[in-house]
Design a binder for this molecule. Structure first.
Ligand SMILES: [Ca+2]
Ligand SMILES: [Ca+2]
Length: 369
């Protein structure tokens, strides 16, 4: 207690001012190469890496290795919170938050694209077709919907599946399925040397597609017709995401080198007509290939490095979406060393642009409110 009082006195004369950043970088576990992140409806996050599957229960601030300690191709979590991870030609799944795992033999050494109650589709980054099973892997059907492209991602928008494929010496683009993957039909965006990279749907049911073309495409009739959006478009988005407020986020990396705009994240608040570069806290020319929004509304952007943007919660200095004693510890660490990452806007509880002892007092008040 005496020590704490000393620290408090020291800190009362020191304070740290900083402008508000949109992004906070999150440290990944040592020597991990991140493949992708997905989350369950309770807010837990899972990261597939070369070292295994990591879990975060505090909104990404800390990651711990699960029992799945083999290299993971990618992680996919379905709408029933069943977690799927692939390792070689094994597909492993858990229905209890990654405690117990079951094994499915896949017909290919490739990642998972899609799962729901009765359907599993595998063959991510596989150019000889995708495979579908209705019996948890006892039997597989080979769907040669794309003989010259890489299947990259599948999105499910109210029962319409969108398959994004990368051209591979041939045709790439988007395929649609209205029967949960049994049959697929090409769209008007299927061409040679064409990459379908991402899809997202807004609150009005309008679907947006990102591609290697110079435009986004959108459909307001559930995929029956598509219109290019001729916008001041900064580059080729490798992923897009739409928030509940209908802000569109685009991830831009150096996969397509014809682009000259800075790499990173862009945002449009006018349905894709104009875009702004969202890089504060991230820097310039950071390659971002994936965007993800957790069930509590936090936005994550990553490729080699992981960044997070939080919904505001005054007092939540460490960004775990709770206000407790750990946030006071976080503010103290930040003030003492100025090294610990901090959610500045949340930590600046009294909103005066600096982090000091007054914010610790205000945080204590929030905890005991
Ligand atoms: Ca917190
Ligand atoms: Ca303050």
């Amino acid at each position: 207690m005496k020590k704490f009082a000393m620290i408090a006195i020291m800190m009362s004369i020191a304070s740290f001012a900083m402008s508000q950043n949109f992004w906070t970088e999150i440290a990944l576990p040592d020597s991990c190469n991140l493949v992708n992140i997905d989350g369950t409806s309770n807010g837990n996050l899972y990261a597939a890496t070369n070292n295994g599957l990591y879990k975060s229960t505090d909104n990404g601030s800390e990651w711990n290795l699960t029992g799945m300690s083999v290299s993971c191709g990618n992680v996919y979590i379905d709408e029933n919170d069943v977690i799927y991870v692939n390792h070689g030609n094994q597909l492993l799944y858990s229905s209890d938050d990654a405690l117990i795992w079951n094994t499915i033999q896949m017909p290919v050494d490739r990642g998972i694209l899609y799962a729901n109650d009765s359907v599993i589709i595998v063959g991510r980054l596989n150019w000889s077709g995708i495979y579908i099973s209705h019996d948890y892997g006892d039997t597989w059907t080979h769907l040669q919907v794309l003989v010259s492209g890489y299947a990259y991602k599948i999105y499910d928008f109210n029962g319409m599946l969108i398959l994004c494929t990368f051209a591979f010496n041939g045709e790439g683009g988007f395929f649609l399925s209205y029967d949960y993957g049994m049959t697929w039909e090409p769209t008007s965006m299927n061409q040679v040397y064409f990459y379908g990279t991402g899809a997202a749907i807004n609150s009005q049911g309008v679907i947006y597609l990102s591609s290697s073309d110079v435009h986004l495409y959108k459909s307001d009739d559930n995929g029956q017709s598509w219109q290019p959006i001729f916008s001041v478009y900064p580059g080729v988005f490798i992923d897009i995401m739409i928030t509940a407020e209908d802000d569109i986020y685009g991830a831009f990396d150096n996969t397509f080198l014809k682009d000259i705009a800075p790499f990173g994240v862009y945002r449009s608040s006018d349905n894709g007509e104009t875009w702004e570069y969202i890089n504060s806290g991230m820097g310039y020319d950071i390659n971002i290939s994936e965007l993800f929004q957790s069930s509590n509304g936090s936005i994550f952007a990553y490729r080699d490095r992981l960044f997070r943007h939080l919904p505001e919660m005054p007092g939540d200095a460490n960004g775990d979406m709770k206000v407790d004693v750990n946030d006071i510890q976080c503010i103290i660490s930040f003030m003492m060393s100025n090294i610990e990452s901090i959610e500045f806007t949340n930590a600046d509880v009294n909103n005066d642009g600096i982090i000091n002892i007054l914010d610790i007092v205000a945080t204590v008040n929030l905890i005991f409110q």
